[in-house]
Ligand binder design. Sequence first.
Ligand code: ADP
Length: 415
Amino acid sequence: MNVLVLNSGSSTVKFQFISTDLETIRQSADKRLARGTIERIGGEAVITAQLESGAKRHTTSPLRDIRAAIDHIVRWACSDSSGISELKTVADIDAVGHRVVHGGERFTHSALITDDVLRGIEDCIDLAPLHNPGNVKGIVAARDIFGPGLPQVAVFDTAFHQTLPERAYLYALPYQLYRRHRLRRYGFHGTSHRYVAYRYRQLRSLAPEKTNIITLHLGNGCSAAAIREGKSVDTSMGLTPLEGLVMGTRAGDLDAAILDFIASKEGLSIQEVESLLNKQSGLLGISGLTNDMRELLDEAHEHNDRRAWLAIDLFCYRARKYIGAYLAALGGADALVFTGGIGENSAEIRRRICEGLEWLGLEIDADRNAAMLSGREGPISREGSRLGAYVIPTDEELLIARDTVRTVQGEATRY
Ligand code: ADP
């Protein structure tokens, strides 16, 4: 099956075309046909696409809305000029898989999109007002373009964490707030945590029930997950992606009374404070320079910038605290797994996070650690280290394509 994977935001659509089926999944022989992004939808949109061969295309086009954007990439992919031999006409696209940020408590697995499922996703807009509206628009647009007969599947960022026990997902707030508004921790990046946990057990030839690990997704957004017997039992993001680790521009954990304090001292509304916590904090806020870890490391090394070092230090310290907390929550784990742009590429950040954890049996192998970047996958701990450490590049789009195929073909989506 040729699957179009869509991640639709308010003014950006990320897409991939992936060819896969049940047998291909078993053999891990899925084929990526093309990938790309459309940015600045609503004006003169910028379209970048890359074929598996490496050939790149960069164009601009006035695209009014998400529907026009999806229509544009489908027409391009199915035209002779794209060079994608598997796609000759629109009829060669067999299904669409959508990344949906919030699935609330209803969606514990990926779901075939029906009118009822779409209503369920709309019902979650309250919980993710910044993300779910774009996802809904993407679904409606694809239905418009391909017709109601083409199967579409929603893959939720929150679904993997629906196995959290009450003690991990409840805030210690009046219980009625949970009952009335479903106010609780949901967690995000679930598709990424689930994918790297799956790859880890493949690498180690383990059954899901033997998979006891801590996964660290460190990108622009960052989150950790505690995984016991293959299931997520705790995770660092909460009701929204603001909670937990220090991120590119998000503060992560803080004292809730800070909101009112900043609002009154700085004369800001609650919405403005929330925006400050989401967009001007984290690495950017502390360093005053950038939210980009690579730039921050360069700045720290080249100019010994004090605040660049400080931001790096806060970032690594918070991640280390979560490792400690999750080891306690799990009663021990077999390995840490690093993923995301920072987790996959920065040996220095991985080393700094793991620093001082030798006492609990974590021995990082400096050579292995230094060699693990640019999409490489494997261990960075020493042979025989009691707690292992791995780098596993994430691939959320692949998992979305596979879930789409499995859901359409009626095979249960496994973790
Ligand atoms: P997103 O969460 O937006 O998908 P990514 O997972 O691509 O983001 O991660 C982006 C982050 O990864 C940026 O902070 C970037 O600087 C960082 N990064 C990428 N490569 C490196 C590297 N070689 N060293 C340090 N940081 C890196």
